[in-house]
Design a protein around this ligand. Structure first.
Ligand code: NAD
Ligand code: ZN
Ligand code: ZN
Length: 346
């Protein structure tokens, strides 16, 4: 079968021919219908060899949707022909966090060497993929797989970030979304579907801001050195109750801190390595800063319910599996509006 692999540190991903996998006991084989292209993969492919803990070659793709085509011995909970989305942050399944379905915060994953598909284990950018356990699958029924696939990360990750801040997202409050790409453009829709706040979106190009407005941002601001002052102005001077940073570089975390109100939540989702100092008097009083990871199994089920309700519509650009390296190149160059999605089976 064809697969998109990261094979050489620092090199572009390659489309290669590898054997079709066979599901072991308890495992499920999916014929992949769609696989999303996330900016995290670009970060992974920029790491030096010392930092890269994943075995190489690595089949990419941590957003996947497919059809169940084969069950390993004893695998239960799904049936041949089911259309399913893959929950990516696999955990041990039994620690206290996994017991709550919060496998993204598994206490033992690192110790046990458990890694997500596409980020250690073979991922969804292939004609077929193995899922380790049926609990990592969510039924999508008749949802369009191409529009649904990115809800597993570009939907789930912002949903998890927004849920922590729901008590602050009351009518009259403002939420700032920094970076309106794959994750950010879904975050805007989730905020609109789940709250009645004012949504202010920041990005670096007019194209991205246009998409932000189209998907529901009330106000858009170019992300430059004047951005913080403009956002504060839009909040009547008091700042935003919730700031979601989907870039996470020094410049954006600085903006995030500068637009935060007293008793606000600043959530750094982007993995750009920016540092935001926290200490008495550094940020407005009682500002809470966190850097979460992905989301829980229950939250993915909730995001899929939102899709069934018609509340989220991922803006997708599709590519064949042979075009996957081009999709990564375009994402790297900031030329994807919304999410790039690979169709491994045409
Ligand atoms: P993307 O490339 O689709 O979107 C990023 C957006 O940020 C683009 O629209 C880009 O124009 C914009 N941007 C770049 N610099 C900016 C700046 N200075 N100010 C404002 N906007 C700027 O990327 P994505 O796939 O949506 O991922 C977003 C980030 O989230 C990445 O860092 C990714 O690695 C990270 N991520 C984190 C998690 C997590 O669990 N914490 C999960 C998924 C992705
Ligand atoms: Zn991702
Ligand atoms: Zn666990």
């Amino acid at each position: 079968m064809k697969a998109v692999q990261y094979r050489t540190v620092g090199a572009a991903p390659e489309v290669v021919e590898i054997p079709k996998p066979v599901p072991g006991p308890g495992q499920i084989l999916l014929k992949v219908t769609a696989a999303g292209v996330c900016h995290s993969d670009i970060a992974v492919m920029s790491w030096p060899a010392e930092q890269l803990t994943y075995p190489m070659p690595l089949t990419l793709g941590h957003e996947g949707v497919g059809t169940v085509v084969e069950l390993g011995e004893g695998a239960e909970g799904v049936s041949i022909g089911d259309n399913v989305a893959v929950y990516g942050p696999w955990g041990c399944g039994t620690c206290v966090n996994c017991a709550e379905g919060r496998e993204n915060y598994c206490l033992r994953a690192e110790e046990l060497g458990i890694m997500p598909p596409g980020l250690g284990n073979p991922g969804a950018m292939a004609e077929y993929m193995i899922v380790d356990n049926a609990r990592h699958l969510v039924q999508i029924g008749d949802l369009d797989p191409v529009k649904t696939v990115s809800l597993t990360d570009a939907g789930l990750t912002p949903y998890h970030a927004i849920k922590r801040s729901l008590p602050k997202l009351v009518p009259g409050a403002t939420a700032v979304v920094i970076g309106t790409g794959g994750l950010g453009h879904v975050a805007i829709q989730l905020l609109r579907a789940m709250t009645a706040v004012k949504v202010v979106a920041l990005d670096v190009t007019e194209d991205k801001l246009e998409l932000a407005r189209k998907v529901g941002a009330h106000e858009t601001v170019l992300s430059d050195e004047n951005a913080a002052a403009k956002v504060r102005e839009l909040t009547g001077g008091t700042g935003a109750e919730v700031v979601l940073d989907f870039v996470g570089v020094d410049a954006t975390v600085k903006t995030a801190g500068a637009v935060a109100s007293v008793d606000s939540d600043v959530t750094i989702v982007g993995i750009g390595g920016g540092l935001l100092p926290v200490g008495f008097g550094v940020l407005p009083f009682a500002t809470s800063v966190t850097a979460p990871y992905w989301g829980s199994r229950k939250e993915l089920a909730e995001v899929i319910e939102l899709a069934h309700a018609g509340a989220v519509d991922v803006h997708v650009e599709t590519f064949s599996i042979d075009e996957a390296p081009l999709a990564y190149e375009r994402l790297h160059d900031g030329k994807i509006n919304g999410r790039a999605v690979i169709l491994p089976n045409g």
